[in-house]
Design a protein around this ligand. Structure first.
Ligand SMILES: Cc1cc2nc3c(=O)[nH]c(=O)nc-3n(C[C@H](O)[C@H](O)[C@H](O)COP(=O)(O)O)c2cc1C
Length: 253
């Protein structure tokens, strides 16, 4: 069983894709993971905590202020093998990028120091394309977060030809499996956003945001920035530190 003996926290923020997180919770539990679910207040508007409780067989966390669980957010930041944030709303990504900790889920994510976080953004395509969201994802990527999706496909409000739709539970599960054994050290120097380009791989995992069009748009500036930042050296150790299986960089031309 791929997650036997593993402890996973599933953070769920408030987007329409919350229903898919129920399936993800089920998949992880079936794979023998111990799954603790933390919901934002908005997420509880979409899916009741009871649903996750029934799926995981464990109490669900929704508030910093629950009696008898005062330090749950610190415990759940330190010990689990992996934290998955799915869906990752624009709002929660922004709060995490800012270092805010004003609810249980953001406090937990801020206290997460040296082990991986995998986020599956899900939002309206314009929200995802907004430079504010791109900047937030770029900042979190530089701090060691991993991202899977979003994908192009139908959104709640109708068809879309731009990324925004959350990856399917199986795709997130596969990304989680790849990160299961990895540890990232958020304190170690990480490549800045300009040092690599995000790349969609066939397995759906990528570092940073933006679709193919966004990458094409960014490329000329990144080249210039790179030359500036690295002095044009091809031996810059930041190019590939080999630590993150899921972090993908495009070979430099
Ligand atoms: C029906 C509905 C669907 C929503 N879907 C999304 C979504 O998919 N992604 C997103 O970022 N926000 C979505 N929102 C907005 C968030 O719920 C809102 O920004 C909320 O403050 C998020 O809080 P949280 O990040 O603390 O969970 C939706 C709101 C509504 C009413």
């Amino acid at each position: 069983m791929p997650f036997a003996g593993r402890h996973v926290v599933l953070g769920v923020s408030g987007g329409i894709a919350c229903y898919k997180s129920c399936i993800l919770a089920r998949r992880l539990t079936e794979a023998c993971a111990t799954v603790d679910v933390a919901l934002t207040a908005a997420a509880t508007e979409f899916v009741r905590p009871l649903t996750f409780e029934a799926l995981t067989g464990r109490p669900v966390l929704t508030s910093l202020w629950e009696r008898g669980r005062a330090l749950a957010h610190i415990d759940l930041a330190k010990h689990p093998d992996l934290i998955i944030l799915a869906p990752a709303t624009a709002n929660t990504l922004a709060r995490c990028a800012m270092g805010m900790a004003d609810d249980l889920l953001t406090a937990l994510l801020l206290a997460r120091a040296d082990r991986p976080v995998l986020a599956a953004p899900a939002m309206n395509d314009a929200m995802y394309a907004n430079p504010a969201t791109t900047a937030n994802i770029t900042a979190l990527t530089a701090r060691g977060w991993h991202f899977v999706g979003p994908e192009i496909g139908a959104l709640a409000e109708g068809p879309s030809e731009r990324p925004g739709r959350m990856s399917e539970p199986d795709v997130i599960f596969a990304a989680a499996e790849r990160l299961r054994d990895s540890r990232t050290d958020a304190r170690a120097p990480r490549p800045g956003a300009r040092d690599y380009e995000p790349l969609e791989r066939s397995d759906g995992v990528r570092a940073g945001g933006g679709g193919a069009r966004a990458r094409r748009r960014r490329r000329p500036r990144q080249r210039a920035d790179r030359a500036h930042a690295t002095g044009g050296s091809r031996d810059d150790p930041r190019r590939d530190d080999g630590r993150d299986a899921a972090r993908t960089r495009v070979p430099r031309p």
